[in-house]
Design a protein. Structure first.
Length: 259
């Protein structure tokens, strides 16, 4: 840990963090040395660094919401066994997405809950459901319970992706992909697609934690790195849904070229 702090200081990352906070208009930026694109192991460091930060804000009775993705998975993996027993509840902010179970919010919630000695809830909703189906699901007691808990979260941990990459990963229809391109979508986070200015251009029907709800979440922690995600990170910050950003050096320097 001391060595990590030393490298951080040596590279002047403290100054870059302040710059990012300023330019992105966020409360806090944390930068991990390196670039995920060049060294995939950096994603683990990103996860550990986010976990370290979370340790400072998690309460004994926190409600933690989280999304899926490979980066948020590393946050759960990077969390040490913090408590053996607590009143912490971890709840997925999104349903089941894609084919990889390990990276789904449900699975990550269970991993993190165990590290925190808490409990978790599951949200068994496919991502590609239509609006009507989602509406009727909201009347199901199990789903209702999860959604009510979600809206009481004091911490939200989420990943940020490039719009084009996520549209592909989520198997969006050609029509929707075209729509996103025409609207200049650049980022995806929490089921929302944003343009450069952070304006929502498309929302996945199966969103249970809305942008409106985020206003009541005390800690909004985005974890996302890699040079190619720079624009996506900027766009998501401009949408107003980020308070704390944990990123890598690769993305940080690229972001400063944009903003
Ligand atoms: O919404 C964005 C994705 O969750 C990002 O996924 O961390 O695997 O790139 P990733």
């Amino acid at each position: 840990e001391n060595l990590k702090d030393f490298i951080h200081e040596l590279k002047g990352l403290n100054n870059i963090e302040s710059l990012l906070e300023d330019k992105l208009n966020i409360e806090k930026a944390i930068i991990v040395p390196g670039d995920i694109e060049q060294d995939p192991m950096i994603k683990k460091e990103l996860g550990k660094s986010a976990a370290n930060y979370l340790k400072t804000i998690i309460n004994y009775d926190s409600i933690i919401a989280l999304t899926g993705g490979s980066t948020v998975l590393e946050v759960a993996n990077g969390m040490p066994q913090l408590y053996s027993q607590s009143n912490i509840v971890v709840v997925p902010a999104r349903g089941g997405l894609g084919k990889e179970v390990e990276k789904q919010a449900n699975t990550i919630a269970s991993v993190l809950a165990k590290k925190l000695g808490g409990t978790y809830k599951m949200l068994h909703v496919p991502d590609n459901l239509g609006k009507e189906a989602v509406k009727s699901l909201l009347n199901e007691p199990d789903i209702k319970d999860v959604v009510e808990t979600l809206k009481k979260a004091d911490i939200l941990i989420f990943g940020i992706g490039r719009s084009d990459v996520m549209a592909e990963r989520r198997n969006l229809t050609e029509e929707t992909k075209k729509f996103l391109m025409e609207r200049n979508a650049t980022a995806e986070a929490l089921g929302y697609y944003f343009d450069k200015e952070g304006k929502v251009v498309y929302a996945t029907p199966s969103i249970f934690l809305t942008l409106e709800d985020l206003k009541f979440v005390k800690n909004l922690v985005a974890v996302s790195g890699g040079k190619n995600k720079a624009q996506a990170i900027v766009s998501t910050c401009r949408s107003g849904s980020v308070k704390v950003l944990v990123t890598d050096e690769g993305a940080a320097f690229e972001i400063l070229k944009i903003v």
